[in-house]
Design a protein around this ligand. Structure first.
Ligand SMILES: [Mg+2]
Length: 178
């Protein structure tokens, strides 16, 4: 990268952007489990029992969670272009180990300047808002429509994009070079 140019800072959600949903588990059930029942209110549930957390941990074993290769290749490309990249995942504290193992196995542990995990088990949208405000990112990629809508309302400095396994990082973004 040439000197004097602004360094572009880009953040990524993990699940649904870099990590695919686990196969065999229907998406609707996953969402129900993480989101609780209310449709209108933005609230995500924390698995309260030990058994529930154990199941959640097991379902995050790296072989159950395939990588979204196209997005990952794109992310690595941005890194080569000199962008500063940040991972902002609202995975709860009990998934820290599984998350770090996943990143290591997929050789992504050196791609990000910093990995932010929700270690204080806050509500995911609040956690992401806090981190985004602190990082002052230029762009953020997220697969949860409700979080995208929330962040768009609260954060004006970053451009927030909705992406997922079917709707990859928008090609138009490839023109925005560092
Ligand atoms: Mg996600």
């Amino acid at each position: 990268m040439k000197s004097g140019k602004k360094i572009v800072k880009i953040g990524f959600d993990l699940d649904g952007v870099i990590v695919d949903k686990p196969f065999l588990i229907p998406k609707a059930l996953l969402e129900r489990l993480s989101r609780g029942k209310q449709e209108n209110e933005l609230h995500y549930r924390y698995p309260k029992t030990k058994l529930e957390r154990r199941i959640r941990k097991l379902s995050h074993f790296y072989l159950f969670r395939p990588p979204l290769r196209q997005n990952i290749n794109f992310i690595k490309d941005l890194k080569k272009q000199g962008c500063k990249l940040y991972l902002v995942s609202s995975r709860y504290s009990f998934l820290k180990r599984e998350t770090m193992v996943w990143l290591e196995k997929r050789k992504l542990n050196n791609v990000f300047e910093k990995v932010f995990l929700n270690l204080n088990d806050k509500q995911p949208h609040l956690f992401k808002r806090e981190v985004l405000e602190r990082l002052n990112l230029d762009y953020f990629f997220e697969d949860d429509k409700r979080i995208v809508d929330y962040l768009k309302k609260k954060i004006s400095s970053a451009k927030i994009y909705l992406v997922n396994s079917k709707q990859l990082i928008p090609p138009v973004f490839k023109d925005v070079k560092a």
